[in-house]
Design a protein around this ligand. Structure first.
Ligand SMILES: [Zn+2]
Length: 303
């Protein structure tokens, strides 16, 4: 059911620009995206500086397939785990380590060029969005279904690799939105905003003018994933289509962080300011409409 409902499908070789919520040129113009993948030495320095000995140990053992290594006493130092990771993965594998320790995903099945797209897409989301320490496996498959790039179980097909970099990033963000949406997109709030009924119906009371793409018209889940992708990569489109959807996604998914202008890049999401326990209270203070308490927490249990 998941792959059927939540697959990202290309219906024709040359899709209408309105099929997805951001065109290649929109994605290239998107604000606050990293300009490049950092050099291996920069990433190793970040790994050595920003993470604890427990996090380094977990990353090494999750990526190291042979046997677990648990150092004790004097040996149990950050530098030793960093050295183990470097020896095991080499500079070619630094992205694998970084994607695991920073974002919580295990991308061992992916090539270097694929890992670069994953890194750029994960980095596009606000601080606090990801759920590190989860070791969630990303799957690389030959094919899912005819014309399918990826699905919400985070399987990515050869067709995904054949897309250009911008489209690959778009696909990852779309699927991240599905991963997030267990509580959010099926909620009363979202259905009221989008007009999709609880049961899939042939005649939903769709608010068509609020849809950011043709793909979003499929159901409330695709509407959600497409709206989240638009929010991140083509935000004016969503804002102009529906201020209500924009505001809702702004707080539920992005913790208030926006991407409309360059100046937005300097403002962090509230996820990085408040603890998980205080987050719901803080968001309730800030949003002028019903907020789903714990939406992000619920999402993180699955993610
Ligand atoms: Zn989808």
């Amino acid at each position: 059911m998941w792959s059927f409902l939540f697959s990202l499908v290309v219906l024709s070789a040359n899709p209408d620009p309105g099929w997805f919520s951001a065109r290649e040129s929109d994605i290239e113009d998107a604000k606050c995206l990293p300009a490049r993948v950092p050099e291996a030495t920069e990433l190793w320095t970040e790994i050595a500086t920003n993470f604890s000995v427990d996090e380094l140990e977990a990353t090494f053992n999750d990526l190291h397939t042979e046997f677990p290594v648990q150092l004790k006493g004097e040996q149990r130092k950050k530098e030793i785990y960093v050295q183990l990771l470097q020896d095991y993965l080499g500079n070619e594998g630094v992205l694998l380590a970084f994607i695991h320790i920073e974002f919580g995903f295990n991308a061992v099945q992916f090539s270097r060029i694929e890992q670069e797209s994953l890194y750029l897409a994960f980095s596009a989301m606000p601080k606090g969005f990801h759920s590190p320490k989860k070791n969630m496996k990303l799957k690389r498959v030959e094919m899912i279904d005819q014309g399918v790039l990826a699905n919400a179980t985070l399987s990515f097909s050869n067709l995904w690799l054949m897309q250009n970099g911008a489209k690959r990033i778009y696909t990852v963000i779309h699927e991240l939105a599905h991963l997030f949406d267990f509580d959010a997109s099926d909620s009363e709030n979202w259905r009221n905003i989008s007009g999709f009924p609880r049961i899939i119906s042939k005649n939903p009371q769709l608010k068509e003018s609020t849809l950011v793409s043709k793909y979003a018209a499929r159901n409330q889940w695709e509407d959600f994933a497409e709206s989240v992708s638009a929010y991140r990569l083509n935000p004016w489109r969503l804002l102009l289509a529906s201020q209500e959807k924009y505001d809702w996604i702004r707080w539920q998914v992005f913790g208030g962080k926006q991407y409309l202008r360059m100046a937005d890049c300097d403002v962090e999401s509230i996820f990085s300011e408040v603890s998980d326990e205080l987050r719901d209270e803080k968001i309730r203070e800030l949003v002028p409409y019903p907020y789903i308490a714990g939406a992000l927490k619920v999402a993180k249990m699955f993610y």
